[in-house]
Design a protein around this ligand. Structure first.
Ligand SMILES: *Cc1c(COP(=O)(O)O)cnc(C)c1O
Length: 343
């Protein structure tokens, strides 16, 4: 029998179930470059509707969806306002400068979130020797911020600042599904305030790949051109869109369970004498720090010896992420292992 591996490194490790694979195999497909893939068209239509936007476009990755959004809202030399923790700044291989020739004005926020006032202060004055501020980017939930959810009222205030200063407003919603479930919010609410939104299907939902960018007709007409420039045009990709449709129907409401498990992990960690700090747990991400006198690599190794994988985020921070493939049985084993661990 296979040893049970408990993989909490990321929610990207989920695999399609036989049911999901079944619907993928049966997908009605066509050449999506001709816009003739019925399943892609259905997915894009459904997600656009969900957000109350005119159009949606399927992407092979969240990175490409975000990079496309950056390009749509900026010209080379412009500046993007985002948090210092932002995925677009930290984990997209410098794509903002490579693809769009823009710099980022990083806000020193809290857990990846900032205020409208901080945005106002980060906007460059309108003088030719400054780079032109053209976009504000928000991430919900925040990845490096430990799955934190934004206060929607602050988002509304930032929207107002964007309007007053003629700035685009993009949401990196790779894990927006988690925020919607955790805070009982609707996608439409977000569609109403952001110009563009990217969402992932490959995080905790079981899909092998796939992200979507939504926006209104004019901007999305340009998005399809940028996607092509980035090499993201695909052909009979309905097989993958079918997985996303399956996830929309079956795997979003259950994110609650992942959130509950993450909180239970946090509770167990908080009882350990060598755990210094745990970030507040709102969704499926647990970020914690050990006391400076204990060896963090030893802790990670001890878990590994018990077939439990977690990840180090650097600067002494460790991360566990719950997801669809982290079962109740694994959860029980994990809690018991944590309880007994000695350093
Ligand atoms: C994972 C992630 C993305 C996109 O990642 P891909 O691996 O390219 O799909 C974007 N933003 C955030 C916050 C993420 O966590």
């Amino acid at each position: 029998m296979d040893m049970m591996l408990i993989d909490l490194r990321s929610d990207t490790v989920t695999k399609p179930t036989p049911e999901m694979l079944g619907t993928m195999m049966k997908a009605n497909v066509g050449d999506d470059v001709f816009r003739e893939d019925a399943t892609v068209n259905e997915l894009e239509f459904r997600v656009a509707q969900l957000f109350g936007k005119e159009e949606a476009l399927f992407f092979p990755s969240g990175t490409m969806a975000n990079q496309t959004a950056l390009k749509l809202h900026t010209n080379p030399g412009d500046q993007v306002i985002c948090d210092k923790y932002a995925h677009i700044y930290n984990y997209e291989s410098g794509g903002a400068s490579f693809n769009s020739g823009v710099s980022c004005n990083l806000i020193d926020g809290k857990r990846g979130m900032f205020t409208a006032k901080q945005v106002e202060q980060a906007i460059n004055p309108n003088a030719y020797y400054y780079s032109k501020t053209s976009l504000v980017e928000v991430e919900n939930t925040t990845n490096k911020g430990g799955g934190a959810c934004w206060d929607f009222n602050e988002i509304l205030k930032i929207r107002k600042v964007c309007e007053e200063n003629n700035l685009g407003f993009h949401l990196d919603g790779a894990r927006l599904w988690n925020a919607l479930v955790a805070k009982n919010e609707t996608a439409k609410k977000y569609g109403d305030v952001f110009d563009t939104i990217s969402v992932c299907f490959s995080k905790g939902l079981g899909c092998p790949v796939g992200s979507i960018l939504v926006g209104n007709h004019k901007i999305m007409q340009e998005a399809i051109r940028i996607r092509k420039i980035f090499g993201g045009n695909m052909r009979q990709v309905g097989y993958l869109a079918a997985a996303a449709l399956y996830a929309l129907d079956n795997n979003i409401n259950r994110l609650d369970e992942d959130h509950k498990k993450a909180k239970e992990i946090g509770r167990e960690l908080s009882k350990l004498s060598f755990v210094k700090q745990i970030e507040p747990i709102e969704t499926n991400i647990v970020i914690f720090e050990l006391n400076p006198d204990v060896d963090e690599t030893q802790f990670v190794q001890k878990l590994k010896d018990n077939n439990i994988l977690i990840i180090s985020m650097g600067s002494g921070k460790l991360r566990m992420v719950t997801h669809l493939d982290y079962t109740n049985n694994m959860h029980e084993v994990l809690l018991n292992t944590i309880k007994k661990i000695k350093l």
